[in-house]
Design a protein around this ligand. Sequence first.
Ligand code: NAD
Ligand code: IPM
Ligand code: MN
Length: 349
Amino acid sequence: MRIAVIPGDGIGKDVTAEAVKVLRAVGEVFGRTFDLVHLPWSADHYLATGETLPANGYQMLRDQFQAIFVGALGDPRVGDNKHARDILLGTRFELDLYVNYRPVRLLDDRLCPLKDRGRKDINFVVFRENTEGAYVSVGGRFKAGTADEVAIQEEVNTFKGVNRIIRHAFEYAVANGLTKVCMADKSNVMQQGHALWQRVYKQVAAEYPAVTATHQYIDALAMFLVKDPGQYQVIVTNNLFGDIVTDIGGALQGGLGMAASGNIHPGKTSLFEPVHGSAPPLAGKNVANPMGAILSSALMLETLGAVDEARAIERAVEAAIVEDQTTADIGGRLGTREVGDWIAKRIQN
Ligand code: NAD
Ligand code: IPM
Ligand code: MN
């Protein structure tokens, strides 16, 4: 398998090194060759060369690799986030990675931040629409920087975009023996764009009579995620809301360092990354939790059909938590590298 590896910025570099370590370990044990091709695309590279990614970058990712692994992108020296927009958002758009798959699974009761809740309550997936919504950058600023400034940024919702992500959520539920899907929008206020979500959701839900389809406004959903997360199996929502609620999802799993994701176009080259960002204050200090990145590598292998390999990684991560071989953010005493070493060794034994 040929995989593009983009460590990116900040702790993205730290956690990617550990995910790579674990991939190599699992490759050895299962007799698989992972051809991991590191690409330097990052803030450092952009500031040194003026290039975010090469002109044929997206095409190269699409045509030459089975998957893409990203650490994180974001650096205070790049104020307008240009490189992250090109490398991360650009790849989501250009490769049409319309499914942002973000599982929220508590791996150990001790990591739960909620009183009297545990593994049985926190086990659901979020499907975040990943190619449109508020992320399209349609709009502009008029009289910028003056007292008369007007700033417009439109949200784009298309039938194609909304239909395919909602359909994906129902298909996932059926394929995984789940019976509940909840769609979240703000159709009480966004009466044009989110009316489309309402219409499509009702239409698609009618095709899946075995699945109970519910709806919550996004503000209520954010509240219920904290108060009663056990009610959810599958959540589907738009790009911006999905971004926000999956940080809550990260916290429900013990912290943002635990959360994994896949940016997927079924059947095509897809991108896997932890949900967290580059956390500049933690960068290079051997303190970042690598588990979200390592679990993202498992999602990547699972999506590529290497299911046993993915399970082996997940089991090793769970063992590390049970045996307290973790970083400080989830209560442990180890550094980033030591956690990666432990998980890799666990897989080898
Ligand atoms: P962040 O996710 O980088 O960090 C927020 C806080 O969460 C950190 O200060 C830290 O306390 C905690 N945290 C995150 N990951 C952790 C880990 N692995 N281990 C331990 N603690 C962890 O969010 P931010 O500070 O808002 O953003 C920093 C930069 O990252 C920005 O430039 C932002 O745009 C970018 N970003 C990138 C991605 C991505 O590449 N996918 C995602 C989110 C943010
Ligand atoms: C994420 C991140 C990105 C997003 C940023 C870095 C552009 O927060 O993947 O969750 O908003 O999608
Ligand atoms: Mn985010």
